[in-house]
Design a protein around this ligand. Structure first.
Ligand code: ZN
Length: 561
């Protein structure tokens, strides 16, 4: 038995079997059922989205011996001949190979004759934009006064190239690219009926590569079936496409976040050994980071392209909760630059490695209050890094400004945002104390939600007695001390202190002596503004400009660097 490729075997034979394109189907079905059909249709859309398939079903609907309807019987001779490509009144022309005027004249000369078997003569002209100008002119004359027994179905990937005179005489349908869920769902359905084993991730990967085209997806699926000797596993598909698996991506992102250079570079070496394409890998990394960033803002978002792949969604969702948004944004930016610079690297792997190293070096370090590593491998330990860190804004060549020696017993790291006083606090021993002297440092390092952050920043420390922390907040800011914010701040402080603390917030005028993070920041900002102004006014170059050009300093434009 000869093997029929999937794209042909599973070509939809009725409108109900067509995947997607609901807007087009509705119009065609209504037109057919009410027998009010235009005489010329233009199906526009990228390759493999179903243009000729729709045209053939339409030809069948018009010529079924049981009558014109949107549900041709599929059994009469006309239906069967259309399905097998032998129907004499369906004339299929590939305009890409028959562009000349002579071909078009010959074709149009036959238009006037009535159909030999069916009700309508259906002309299906594929890639119609390839016709020559004279061919278009000849076609236009027929379109202006079409015989009643003729329907024209044009298909094109490039409707812009059609003359307006032709466009204006067609009912135009724009076919959409199919999304990943539509394609992978259809592939899964086919494989189930073909009794072929498969993994969902493999189908998602094929769907992604097919880039909206069902025909490409089916032909990739054909390849994957023979590549995997009868089953479709994600490993085989990744090997076939040279792409990286979701699990490898998650491991990589975790390693980057955990400052685990060894695992990150190991992954890169593995990818290289597997012959993966590093540009594609950076693309996949960008997509993963983009998804994590999206999930951080819209946690309940049903991801259309991984709707059937729950484990992948769960892992991404976990990463989105663990990695701060700033870090994701930074990694994304570095990956984007890495992709841009990849062609200039000595070789793709070294370029990729360099991008990973840059991600490791320029990441804002996190306070990991739970001391848990984020990695799919439960037995992997967080890497303790004993090397200087750069702030994200510093340029690569700038000397390392803040060196911190970090030892195994005190995994002390810098907060995301620069705290006013970068002093180390230990969270791995029970000696952590909170007092009015270190309150600002401690709270600056807490991982908090927006509301609890506001509360922490605006509250002043009064005392810690009997595991109860008393805070004061100004009466006009009392609304910040709501139950949710208090409870979140309480649990963050408990984690840092490593015992359960209670939080009591009382309304009080903030004393001069007990500043809050908010007042401290305001003070700082005032001071740096004053310093900036002093620097400008005392600058000899500015003084020279003032003298030479009678220049004036516009005070409001002075900003501290
Ligand atoms: Zn029929």
């Amino acid at each position: 038995m000869s093997y029929l490729v999937l794209a042909r075997k599973w070509r939809p034979k009725t409108f109900s079997e067509v995947i997607g394109q609901q807007h087009v189907l509705r119009a065609l079905i209504n037109g057919l059922d009410q027998d009010r059909l235009h005489h010329a249709f233009l199906f526009a859309g990228t390759r493999g989205v179903g243009k000729t398939t729709l045209a053939r079903i339409l030809a069948k609907s018009l010529n079924c011996e049981k009558g014109v309807s949107s549900t041709p019987c599929g059994e009469c001779q006309s239906c069967q001949e259309v399905d097998s490509g032998r129907f004499v009144d369906l004339i299929e022309v590939d305009a890409a190979s028959r562009t000349g005027i002579d071909d078009m004249r010959e074709l149009l000369n036959n238009v006037q004759y009535t159909p030999s078997r069916g009700r309508y003569k259906v002309y299906l002209i594929d890639e119609v934009h390839m016709l020559s100008t004279s061919s278009f002119n000849a076609l236009l004359k027929t379109l202006e006064e079409p015989p009643p027994h003729v329907k024209f179905l044009f298909a094109t990937t490039d409707p812009q190239k059609l003359p307006v005179t032709i466009l204006s005489r067609c009912l135009q349908f724009n076919l959409r690219r199919l999304d990943i869920a539509q394609i992978s769902g259809h592939l899964a359905n086919i494989l189930q009926q073909e009794n072929i084993e498969f993994e969902i991730e493999a189908l998602t990967e094929i769907a992604r590569s097919a880039d909206g085209s069902m025909r490409d997806a089916l032909s990739l699926l054909d390849q994957a079936i023979s590549f995997g000797a009868g089953s479709v596993t994600s490993e085989n598909v990744h090997e076939m496409l040279g792409s990286i698996s979701q699990q490898q991506l998650h491991t990589l992102v975790s390693a980057l976040f955990n400052q685990d250079a060894q695992t990150a570079l190991q992954q890169s070496a593995e990818l290289s050994a597997q012959g993966r394409d590093f540009k594609k890998t950076l693309d996949e990394l960008l997509i993963t980071l983009q998804r994590i960033a999206t999930l951080q803002l819209v946690p309940n978002l049903e991801e259309s392209d991984s709707a059937t792949d729950n484990s992948n969604h769960d892992q991404l969702s976990l990463l989105s909760q663990q990695i701060p948004a700033e870090t994701i944004q930074l990694l994304y930016q570095i990956a984007l630059h890495g992709k841009r610079d990849l062609p200039y690297a000595a070789d793709p792997k070294s370029g990729f490695d360099m991008t990973l190293l840059r991600m490791l070096s320029f990441q804002p370090m996190q306070v990991d209050t739970n001391n848990t590593a984020i990695t799919p491998n439960a037995d992997a330990k967080p890497q303790v890094v004993a090397k200087p860190k750069l702030e994200p804004q510093q340029s690569y060549s700038e000397p390392v400004a803040k060196q911190q020696q970090i030892s195994e017993s005190t995994p002390v790291v810098e907060p995301i945002k620069t705290a006013p006083k970068p002093a180390a606090i230990s969270n791995s021993t029970s000696t952590t104390q909170i007092n009015s002297a270190n309150w600002l440092d401690v709270t600056a390092r807490l991982k908090l939600t927006a509301f609890s952050r506001q509360l922490a920043d605006n509250a002043a420390f009064i005392a810690l007695e009997d595991k109860t922390i008393s805070l004061a907040i100004a009466p006009e800011l009392a609304h910040l001390a709501n139950d949710k914010a208090i409870s979140r701040l309480q649990s963050a402080l408990s984690t840092t202190l490593q015992y359960d603390v209670k939080l009591r917030v009382q309304q009080d005028e903030i004393q001069q002596s007990s500043s809050t993070l908010a007042t401290e920041r305001a003070e700082q900002s005032k001071l740096s503004q004053k310093n900036a102004k002093d620097a400008i006014h005392n600058d000899p170059a500015v003084a020279a400009l003032k003298n030479a050009f009678n220049a004036e300093i516009i005070e409001s434009t002075i900003k501290p660097i």
